[in-house]
Design a protein around this ligand. Structure first.
Ligand code: FAD
Length: 408
């Protein structure tokens, strides 16, 4: 009989690890605290599941695990992921390198994984939160206690996720299970989430979506730059460019460092070209009142906010605005400064940064503290950018850990 393996957590990483380990001949049991496996997968990619990306590599990830990435991604990378899902029956659609199921339904990904778990005779216990995992040195077995009885396993793969979106089951309790084996947990923070800002003006521009470039500054130093579709909310900045800056901002706020974002609403302009743009416009439309003059530059709500912040009246004629006021206004279009006070939390985050310190796991994702204990997915201190990277990490690390646990 094959090795007995327990997988704790039936998310993307846990299901992949279980499928792979069972394929290697192990007898695999998945413990999932929710009433069904893979709940989070259903909400990914706005319900369409952006499961990977053709542009892949360590540059798209952060955390203490980036050194492990090369090995894990070359063992099971994008090509293998596509082949794996294709072998389960999934047609794949690519948009600018972003990979989705052709059905455009995240449920397709989940269904195919569930069918494969069945096919490979993986035992799945749902509504089974695992509270303790221990290692019995005499028997050389891992013990999982359920319903008052201990169940023995040769290897355990912890795939409990991080702390993001706890309504899907990942509430950070996996970190406790890892800590019991002496693992260090790198401070968890929301990694892909909106940024909460201090200013009260956001209510005036809530709901606006626009092309913008965001420059993140921590302690006055540039700490990140992103361009894309910004979403303004009544509390601050959202949308992909804000999400991508979130983990850096979150750690800086945690360390009580001053964090600002400079928003350029004219990301194709620099100071010189912006100056000429306004001068030419002034030559053609100098008689207009400012509200009219600015119409068509960017979103109307943004025009009005910047006008107000620059101290210029909407009814003032453009040609009568002072040079200093023009400079203030132009400066705001190119870099509205906003103070970041935090993120909108784990509840709304897509991913959690931090987790089990990757310097304490081997290339096969086995614990250096407790042989036979493996990790996969977001529980590890590795997080990817928006764009299919986090699911790719879940598939890749799940495959590597599942294979190693079954073969060891
Ligand atoms: C709204 C949203 C959209 C996203 N969109 C994308 C996207 O399009 N592309 C992308 O790449 N990534 C996306 N992500 C991120 C991605 O979904 C996750 O990084 C990935 O699913 C993590 O997989 P995981 O298996 O490590 O953890 P999880 O999916 O969090 O699974 C962990 C599982 O473990 C279970 N569990 C926890 N503790 C225990 C315990 N003690 N006992 C038993 N079970 C336990 C949980 O219930 C859960 O089912 C998105 C995330 C969210 C929230």
């Amino acid at each position: 009989m094959g090795r007995q393996i327990a997988v704790i957590g039936g998310g993307a990483a846990g299901m992949t690890a279980a499928i792979q380990a069972a394929g290697e001949g192990a007898a695999v049991t998945v413990y999932e605290k929710n009433d069904r496996v893979g709940k989070k997968i259903l909400s990914t990619g706005n319900g369409r599941c952006n499961f990977s990306n053709e542009a892949m590599g360590a540059a798209f990830f952060h955390g203490s695990g980036t050194a492990l990435l090369g090995g894990v991604l070359s063992a099971f990378g994008v090509a293998q992921t596509k082949a794996f899902f294709a072998s389960l029956g999934m047609r794949i659609r690519e948009r600018d390198g972003y990979l989705y199921p052709a059905s455009d339904q995240a449920s397709t990904v989940l269904d195919l994984l569930r069918y494969e778990l069945d096919r490979r005779r993986v035992t799945v216990h749902t509504q089974e939160p695992v509270e303790t995992v221990s290692f019995d040195r005499d028997r050389k077995k891992f013990l999982i206690r359920r319903q008052g009885k201990d169940f023995c396993y040769d290897a355990v793969i912890l795939c409990c996720g991080g702390k993001a979106a706890p309504n899907t089951g990942s509430d950070g309790n996996g970190f406790r299970l890892a800590q019991r084996f002496g693992h260090r947990i790198v401070r968890p923070v929301p990694a892909l989430a909106a940024l909460v800002c201090k200013e009260s003006f956001y209510k005036q521009v809530a709901g606006v979506r626009c092309d913008a470039a965001l420059t993140l500054r921590v302690d006055g130093q540039e700490a990140g730059w992103e361009r894309g579709e910004l979403q303004l909310t009544d509390y601050g900045l959202s949308g992909i460019p804000a999400f991508q800056l979130c983990r850096t901002a979150a750690y800086a706020v945690l360390d009580k460092k001053p964090v600002t974002v400079h928003v350029s609403f004219l990301p194709d302009f620099d100071e010189t070209s912006c100056g000429s743009f306004f001068r030419e416009r002034l030559a053609a439309h100098g008689e207009d009142e400012m509200d009219v003059f600015l119409t068509g530059i960017v979103n109307k709500k943004v025009n009005r906010l910047l006008l107000k912040l620059s101290g210029i009246r909407e009814t003032q004629r453009a040609k009568e605005v002072s040079v200093e006021a023009w400079q203030r206004l132009q400066g705001l279009y190119l870099g509205l400064e906003t103070v970041v006070t935090g993120t909108n939390g784990f509840d709304k985050a897509q991913v959690c940064a931090g987790g089990v310190d990757c310097s304490e796991v081997t290339e096969a994702l086995m614990s250096k503290k407790q042989p036979g204990l493996y990790f996969a997915g977001e529980i590890l201190d590795i997080d990817g950018l928006c764009g299919g990277y986090n699911l790719q990490w879940a598939w890749s690390s799940g495959m590597v850990a599942g294979r190693a646990a079954a073969r060891n």
